[in-house]
Write a protein that binds this ligand. Structure first.
Ligand SMILES: Cc1cc2nc3c(=O)[nH]c(=O)nc-3n(C[C@H](O)[C@H](O)[C@H](O)COP(=O)(O)OP(=O)(O)OC[C@H]3O[C@@H](n4cnc5c(N)ncnc54)[C@H](O)[C@@H]3O)c2cc1C
Length: 498
């Protein structure tokens, strides 16, 4: 683990005014918990952890830092599920957003007909459960539900629903934000719109999201959940691209969730846990035979009203798809069970001591036009040849028109692009370093071959890399920083401006 605990900052929490000092936690155990994240790759001990009991406390903290000749940095922390220290600081204060939830007094999640107002520290699983009680649901999701609303909105929030409803940042109606200058502002597309677009996908650079208003729709009750296996890459991608185009063409027979996975001869193929136990040996033998097997995850939601025609709709949906007919698998589960499907895997890893290890993950957006080159150069020539364990490989397309370019998030500039995720856990330092080196090699391959890929959940080390990442958006990002956080206080762990 890379440790950087050199406290170079002249400010000490002991100098803070009394009202703030009471909320600056210096307990070594608390500092230690705030010095690392899900990635277990970077380690930085903050000077203190700030535990606010209201938005006003956060405002006071930010204003106090701004008033110093050398302001200290402030790193808001949701669930700490970043992988490369994005929420850490060693020359400032970690802001424990979770403490806000303790003081909301019933206002943490308020469900209305068309939207839900939530505290940014809330978990998506709790938002789901609260809205389901009213027969409603957010429309756009992440696969894992134990992430904070503020954390995913600072990135984008993607999964198999993104092709249809856009990332979670495209489903926000209004935000409450405390800027890096300490101003608490309500913002939306019509009100303080520059701040609204800045913080969505803004990597915590421009303000601290304290509340969000999220669009809702009617909640289904049940889910037809399919996995369809392919051995032919171009059939797999063609079918995925076709499936995500139905709603674009106003065809009602579209899917509600489309995702893809790769099953490789790389230990351990986690995705196999979906399949009936008796089928696992023949799936494994298919993988051995072909090196990689491709799996489309296709989902159709339904409820009592649509129950009578769901089978017919499903049959129409998969008609013409080129999966191997004897390798089609189906589950029928409740909507909540489907949304919370990753919980069991994470708990399994936790229970077996496999979760608190380094996670050198890489998430990439790759334009559709270069996806075959990526497959040849990366999947075949790097991933399969080097045989470094990858626990899970996701691979699915989304529609560019569901993203809003005014937001700070960046994507490839093509109508359809793929989200690729290489998820790994490392058990030794050597394994971690080899995985990180492989991630670098993948990015270098894209550069050398002119593939305009964009890293999602990026963890660059230098500003030059960020400038390249943002491309034509860099000037806008810089202007937004100058406007909303001129003293470069917020989220230093992203290493964009600090
Ligand atoms: C097991 C797992 C599964 C995941 N699955 C998905 C997935 O399916 N789809 C997806 O899109 N992502 C996924 N992610 C990535 C995840 O969305 C990001 O890591 C996200 O940042 C996690 O939220 P968090 O609350 O843990 O944020 P943190 O790690 O605590 O913070 C992330 C960044 O945002 C800043 N920040 C946090 N809260 C706020 C706030 N309120 N206002 C402003 N800035 C803030 C922090 O300073 C930091 O820079 C997954 C991660 C894990 C570990």
């Amino acid at each position: 683990m890379a440790t950087n605990n050199k406290h170079a900052h002249p400010w000490s929490p002991l100098q803070a005014p009394k009202e703030l000092a009471q909320k600056l936690n210096l307990d070594p155990k608390t500092l230690s918990l705030a010095s690392s994240d899900f990635g277990h790759i970077e380690n930085k001990t903050p000077l203190a952890v700030f535990e606010p009991s209201s938005e006003s406390d956060i405002i006071e903290l930010i204003k106090y830092s701004n008033s110093l000749p050398n302001p200290f940095t402030i790193a808001p922390r949701g669930q700490g599920h970043s992988t490369h220290g994005q929420g850490l600081t060693n020359d400032g204060v970690v802001l424990n957003m979770n403490r806000l939830g303790d003081f909301r007094n019933g206002s943490e999640i308020v469900v209305c007909d068309e939207y839900v107002d939530v505290g940014a520290e809330q978990l998506w699983i709790d938002v789901l459960r609260a809205t389901l009680k009213h027969g409603l649901t957010p429309l756009s999701w992440t696969d894992y539900m134990y992430l904070s609303v503020g954390g995913t909105l600072s990135n984008a929030g993607i999964n198999g629903t993104t092709f249809r409803f856009g990332p979670q940042i495209s489903n926000v109606l209004q935000l409450e934000v405390i800027t890096g200058k300490g101003d608490l502002l309500t913002c939306s597309p019509d009100n303080n719109s520059e701040l609204f677009y800045a913080v969505l996908g803004g990597l915590g650079q421009f303000g601290i999201i304290t509340r969000a208003r999220i669009a809702l729709g009617p909640a289904p009750t049940r889910v037809k959940w399919l996995r369809l296996l392919y051995t032919d890459f171009s059939e797999f991608t063609k079918d995925q691209e076709n499936l995500i185009s139905f709603h674009e063409k106003n065809e009602t027979r579209g899917a509600d969730h489309v995702a893809g996975y790769l099953l490789g001869n790389l230990p351990p193929p986690r995705d196999v846990s979906f399949y009936p136990e008796q089928d696992v040996p023949r799936i494994n033998s298919l993988i051995s035979q072909h090196g990689i097997v491709y799996s489309i995850e296709l989902v159709k939601f339904y409820d009592n009203n649509s129950q009578s025609h769901i089978e017919e709709e499903l049959a129409n949906l998969i008609k013409g798809l080129k999966f191997i007919p004897t390798f089609a698998f189906e589950k029928d589960v409740s909507y909540e069970e489907f949304q919370n499907r990753l919980r069991a895997d994470i708990e399994f890893l936790r229970a077996n001591g496999l979760l608190d290890v380094p996670h050198p993950w890489l998430d990439l957006f790759v334009p559709k036009s270069r996806i075959s080159d990526f497959k040849e150069g990366v999947l075949k020539d790097i991933i399969l040849k080097q045989n470094i364990p990858v626990a899970s490989l996701i691979f699915y397309p989304m529609n560019h028109n569901k993203w809003d370019n005014r937001m700070s998030a960046v994507t490839p500039d093509e109508d359809v692009f793929y989200a690729l995720g290489f998820f790994r856990g490392s058990f030794t330092n050597e394994e971690m370093e080899a995985s990180e080196a492989q991630n670098e090699q993948i990015l270098q391959f894209c550069k050398d071959n002119g593939i305009q890929a964009k890293v999602y959940l990026a963890s660059f080390k230098t500003q030059e890399e960020w400038v390249e990442h943002y491309g034509s958006k860099w000037e806008l990002i810089k202007d937004r920083k100058d406007e909303f956080d001129p003293k470069r206080i917020l989220s230093p762990g992203q290493k964009i401006f600090n």
